[in-house]
Design a protein around this ligand. Structure first.
Ligand SMILES: Nc1nc2c(c(=O)[nH]1)N[C@H]1C(S)=C(S)[C@@H](COP(=O)(O)OP(=O)(O)OC[C@H]3O[C@@H](n4cnc5c(=O)[nH]c(N)nc54)[C@H](O)[C@@H]3O)O[C@H]1N2
Ligand SMILES: Nc1nc2c(c(=O)[nH]1)N[C@H]1C(S)=C(S)[C@@H](COP(=O)(O)OP(=O)(O)OC[C@H]3O[C@@H](n4cnc5c(=O)[nH]c(N)nc54)[C@H](O)[C@@H]3O)O[C@H]1N2
Ligand code: SF4
Ligand SMILES: [Mo]
Length: 686
């Protein structure tokens, strides 16, 4: 194993650990033992030396005074954030003795791990933790908060998260960013699209908000939230009606195209325009453009899938490239996610066998509030790592009420005293990814990358892997996995006979090269991992699972009858709630605003810059109004998961529903309704 920790000065290779598709290659510049500058690695074939501002400004976060240095135990009331320093021995002893007691009195399922991908490293995000909780027999967490609805939907059509190689998209002639704010959330796909544009490609953006991505489009198409499947079906209607489909591709590589042809007759452009708000002539123009341009590429984002109908919506959009035979064209096709190309041997890291066939309950992470307040038998202890549910989880007030339960033993492992940690009984300090060994698999490009430690650990912080090893030891778990080194674990994870894309990639090559590309071949000719081996335009499996077998538009579920659909999307300078506590990032982002159409604002007496109350039956926020025409009437959009400092009301997730999407137990962050009113009195802040 290499470690650059002892080298005081120099430039060292690294990888961005954040939950972002780009997974950039980085160069860390060290001076006197500290990282002083973070750059992109110009040798990385996809990310090419360019990185976002968020991570360029990351060094300040690494050495921020607010970073946790020692384990802490609560001394004040829950949620008040008063703590005192304790030793690691005391922390581990307190946790394990409490858990041993709980296992005796309530059984191991009274303990629930709660995590997400604050660090995407395979060992730290979903390795040793899984081994530990499997061995413990704890309740299991269904990690559904990000992309599970869409992944499930895409899978019905394509079999797995397999799409276009992004490097090929420089050849595309039409690039559709569909419900993705790529300038902020997938910047290198934008760079590739710009290269394609230099060769004559057109960029189309379909979104509910004309944000920075919409502004760079050749053509921006505003759409009403949750109606994208209708637009895709309207395009299919025209493609079939005007014979713009590739019949030979449909016959060879798909099932159900005849059924689909008949089915989409009902989605005529007038009907679809009534649903989507997209003018009839634009639906024709888009369909004809799509049918006549090759290669055409669709980058499918998270926007459309964070809705009640999100699974079916992604299932539907992902049928489009098949209609025009784009999967056979270099630079054609689509990307929803590409994680299946880099699938490692997860079982070797996560060891589901340690559960010993015990059927433990599975809890959907989107239902955290309900799980803490209503579940029977109750959750008595929650162990949170790599996520900040007090800010990011839906129906935030319910979540906070649950976290504040006096009888809940809450442990939080993080780099900072997050809003969630403020409720904890014990807080454990986490290392940053630059202090660890781990390996990374992008869910967009096809490179697998390694992180070797570059800086010494901050204070007494420990990595997730280290903490779970300590907990295992104290629990008396003797399984050999808890003694394995990171290098051994990586070597085993890369040995995956069922994934030919990883052939020949092992620990040694990764250490030598820093990043290695999977051996990716075009999907066709070939067999997909669907039941038929083909693209399933008609899916028997969906029928068996209780869904319509053909792509279908279903309206959003009834929320309460408030006038506006509320879209609380991510922003440019934070990554979910990460960076929302860093001065530099806050100053770049300025303040949270709510975008409202000028027609709506005028009838509600709201002017640009007014402070408004955004509220529904779940909660309320106070935000600045941004009045204009970048959202349609009836829609309001905010960006960013802001810190909810005492005295401010900016927890957007206090307004979001914890209903589950149609597939994969997914989140429905963007399907809630709100009211917006001008705040008339009590506003004195400048
Ligand atoms: N800067 C930054 N980068 C990030 C993140 C971040 O927070 N900040 N988060 C990371 C993570 S975890 C993820 S999952 C990705 C997510 O990144 P994206 O895939 O870009 O997803 P979102 O930003 O959630 O939403 C994308 C767009 O969908 C739009 N939208 C909402 N509803 C609809 C709809 O019904 N139809 C259509 N067509 N559009 C709709 C929103 O206005 C938004 O512009 O980004 C990652 N990268
Ligand atoms: N309203 C609304 N809500 C959303 C979304 C939205 O678009 N709108 N997006 C949703 C999506 S797509 C996602 S993915 C989720 C993401 O939500 P989260 O997964 O909660 O992401 P972050 O807010 O970035 O929090 C990650 C935390 O992990 C910590 N961390 C980083 N590295 C490590 C480590 O190695 N060990 C430990 N123990 N901790 C570490 C960071 O300091 C940070 O506090 O949010 C969801 N919430
Ligand atoms: S957050 Fe995304 S764009 Fe920024 S450095 Fe990390 S991987 Fe690259
Ligand atoms: Mo996400």
């Amino acid at each position: 194993m290499n470690s650059y920790v002892n080298e005081r000065n120099g430039v060292f290779p690294s990888v961005c650990s954040l939950d972002c598709p780009d997974q950039c290659g980085l160069l860390l510049h060290k001076k006197d033992g500290k990282i002083v500058k973070i750059d992109g690695d110009p040798n990385h074939p996809v990310t090419n030396g360019n990185i976002c501002n968020k991570v360029r400004n990351m060094a300040a976060r690494l050495y921020d005074d607010k970073r946790l240095k020692y384990p802490l135990k609560r001394i004040g009331a829950k949620g008040k954030g008063k703590f005192e320093r304790i030793s690691w021995e005391e922390a581990i002893e307190t946790i394990t003795s409490r858990w041993k007691e709980l296992i005796q009195t309530d059984g191991p399922e009274s303990i629930l791990p709660y995590s997400f991908y604050g660090n995407m490293g395979r060992l730290n995000a979903e390795g040793m933790d899984r081994c530990f909780f499997h061995r413990l027999g704890a309740s299991q967490l269904d990690r559904t908060i990000c992309s599970s609805a869409g992944s499930e939907g895409y899978k019905y059509t394509m079999g797995a998260s397999l799409g276009t190689d992004p490097e090929d998209t420089i050849h595309s002639k039409l690039i559709i960013f569909w419900g993705i704010n790529a300038v902020s959330t997938n910047m290198h796909q934008v760079t590739l699209a710009q290269k394609a544009r230099k060769n004559g490609a057109k960029i189309v953006v379909i979104d509910v908000h004309k944000n920075q991505t919409g502004r760079l489009a050749d053509w921006f198409i505003p759409i009403l939230p949750g109606t994208d499947s209708a637009l895709a079906l309207g395009m299919m209607h025209i493609l079939f009606a005007e014979d713009l489909v590739d019949t030979s591709f449909l016959q060879t590589y798909t099932v159900g195209h005849e059924e689909l042809r008949k089915h989409v007759v009902q989605y005529d452009p007038v009907t679809v325009s009534g649903i989507t708000g997209v003018p009839v002539e634009d639906i024709y123009q888009l369909a004809r453009m799509y049918g006549k341009t090759s290669p055409s590429f669709i980058r499918i984002g998270n926007g459309p899938q964070h809705h009640d109908n999100g699974g079916m919506c992604i299932r539907t959009i992902s049928c489009l490239p098949a209609l025009t035979g784009q999967w056979l064209v270099k630079g054609g096709g689509a990307i929803k996610g590409n994680s299946a190309y880099l699938a490692h041997n997860a079982a070797s890291l996560q060891r589901p066998d340690l559960l010993e066939n015990k059927k433990t309950r599975v809890i959907n992470m989107n239902l955290l509030g309900q799980a803490l307040l209503e579940l029977d038998p109750p959750v008595k202890s929650l162990y949170v790592y790599g996520t900040n549910p007090a800010v990011v989880a839906p129906d935030g007030n319910k979540v906070r009420k649950g976290l504040g339960r006096e009888d809940l033993f809450l442990v939080v492992h993080d780099l900072f005293l997050t809003e969630t940690a403020a409720y904890a009984d014990l807080v454990l300090p986490a290392t940053s990814s630059f202090e660890n060994t781990d390996f990374y698999t992008s869910y967009w490009h096809h490179y697998i990358q390694i992180q070797q430690p570059v800086i010494e650990r901050y204070g007494e912080s420990k990595s997730n892997v280290e903490v779970f090893k300590l907990l295992a030891k104290e629990m008396g778990f003797e399984d050999s996995i808890f003694q394995q080194t990171e290098a051994e674990l990586i070597a085993e994870a890369l040995d995956h006979p069922n994934n030919p894309y990883l052939d020949g990639i092992n620990y040694e090559t990764l250490v030598e090269k820093q990043f290695v590309k999977a051996i990716v071949k075009p999907l066709f000719p070939g067999k997909l991992p669907t039941p038929s081996g083909k693209i399933e335009l008609y899916s028997k499996k969906m029928e068996d699972d209780g869904y319509p077998p053909l792509p279908t538009y279903t309206p959003l579920a009834e929320d309460e009858k408030f006038p506006y659909l509320f879209i609380p999307a991510p922003n440019h300078n934070f990554l979910n709630s990460t960076f929302s506590n860093n001065e530099k990032h806050i100053s770049l982002e300025k303040e949270p605003r709510v975008h409202i159409n000028i027609q709506d604002a005028t009838s509600a007496g709201i002017k640009d810059g007014d402070l408004v109350r955004v509220w529904n039956h779940r909660g309320e926020c106070e935000l600045k109004a941004a009045v204009g025409e970048n959202v349609l009437p009836g829609v309001v959009v905010t960006q960013g998961l802001w810190r909810d400092e005492p005295g401010t009301k900016q927890l957007v997730n206090s307004l979001t529903p914890d209903r589950l999407a149609d597939m994969g137990g997914g989140a429905t962050f963007f399907s809630g309704r709100v009211n917006v009113e001008k705040i008339l009195i009590g506003w004195s802040k400048k």
